[in-house]
Design a binder for this molecule. Sequence first.
Ligand SMILES: Cc1cc2nc3c(=O)[nH]c(=O)nc-3n(C[C@H](O)[C@H](O)[C@H](O)COP(=O)(O)OP(=O)(O)OC[C@H]3O[C@@H](n4cnc5c(N)ncnc54)[C@H](O)[C@@H]3O)c2cc1C
Length: 494
Amino acid sequence: MTFNWVRRISKLSRWQGAFQSCIFSCKRYSVQEQCRVPSSVVEAFRAVTGSDGVSMGTAVREQHGKDESVHSCRPPDVVVWPRSVEEVSALARLCHQHSLPMIPFGTGTGLEGGVGALKGGVCFDLQKMDRVLDFHAEDFDVTVEPGVTRTRLNSYLRDSGLWFPVDPGADASLCGMAATSASGTNAVRYGTMRENVMNLEVVLSDGTIVHTAGKGRRTRKTAAGYNLTNLFVGSEGTLGIITKATLRLYGIPEAVVSAVCSFSSVQAAVDSTVQILQCGIPIARIEFLDDVMIDACNRYSKLSYPVSPTLFLEFHGSERSLEEQVSLAEEITKANSGSDFSWAKDQETRSRLWKARHDAWYAALAIRPRCKAYSTDVCVPISRLPQIIVETKQDLTQNRLTGPIAGHVGDGNFHCLMLLDPTDPDEVQRVQEFTDRLARRALAMDGSCTGEHGVGLGKRALLREEVGPLCMGVMEGVKASLDPQNLMNPGKVL
Ligand SMILES: Cc1cc2nc3c(=O)[nH]c(=O)nc-3n(C[C@H](O)[C@H](O)[C@H](O)COP(=O)(O)OP(=O)(O)OC[C@H]3O[C@@H](n4cnc5c(N)ncnc54)[C@H](O)[C@@H]3O)c2cc1C
């Protein structure tokens, strides 16, 4: 690491030391008397975007200072709505000249406080850039602007026989999903955003426009140079603003069946999962719900599954291959004392089943109305799942906490949907301590403090523990090299 880098890094650390994480803070931000963006700069923004592309209204700023997490609202000073990459670049140049922080905003569904403007500055709301570009059905790829959400892309693709499978529960923007390295129920078969982004167009903090795999490149493989695409995937807006993403597409499977299976123990459910994967069954989804979560889903989504550890499974393939996959999976679950499969074969029943899984967040919230939910997210090697889930459930009971568990069990990734009354400081503290213990338990089992929600504001200390000081230094060096003034989403990740 060069001397320059070390100097830049120590400047960066001092800057960041000034930020205090506001996780679980019940206090409201203090309203800025004065906007930190000079009015001449606001006028210059208007000259770029037109007057309807800039807002300093309180409600708009507040709406952009918060995501779906429990982190308190930190509004930006100004919100801008660019309509093209050239406008993003021109706005970034202005921010750079005036040392103003820049915070990219997708759809605000993040769960780690990523969009909060800790130091004020300018929020780039990218929803007006919403075109699907360059669809190549024969090559299974498409390029989208940052305002396109995953359900919009799939509606666009519907008649082509192709789809994009990465599915976080929320209808997030695809570039926001790239920025957080999102995944969801289909990751066990189709991978996460890391495996499905082929190229990104990114505006750097000084307004420079780069293409991470080279302009227009869309190969399924490349061994050419450093993997800059994957550097930006998961960078949470701290390295640049993603203005285009080229994504891999897949054929819509000929046949799909879903099933539900109950078990007497967490161990039996996880053993079944491991054995299904070991047999090479190309399972498309395998989701775990603990007894508390399935009970909440039964009530919320009017289902009637047994209240015990449960797997939701889905198989994709041709009619013939499905028969084989399903009978082998059923044999395995039975050998682990699972119940008979309860089938969801027709589209309507399947949609109802997976809607119930995607509504788990709202089902959990309904357990304690008027409470807030905080979704923790950890990932461990699959073999460690039974131990970590059993220990976590004991921890919840000992600390009088409600935290139904749902997990993408095929990836070793699970969430506790912690319910808390934000006006009860004792409960808030117990939840905060619990989530830190859970992340450290995952780290002690060779795992990660986040499988998919990202680091954001709340997990910066845990990231440090996860990768260690040397890797942290490398990450800080990369940040300092791409964003020496620390203007891109300051106070997040590092
Ligand atoms: C009910 C519910 C269920 C969820 N389930 C899942 C799940 O199963 N798996 C999962 O992975 N996530 C899940 N999430 C979290 C969330 O949907 C993802 O993190 C999603 O990827 C965020 O996308 P967004 O467009 O809303 O980003 P935002 O919330 O707007 O932003 C998130 C972060 O990305 C940055 N960012 C956004 N757009 C850009 C851009 N164009 N360029 C650079 N940086 C950008 C922001 O600055 C911020 O740091 C869930 C959320 C909810 C509410």
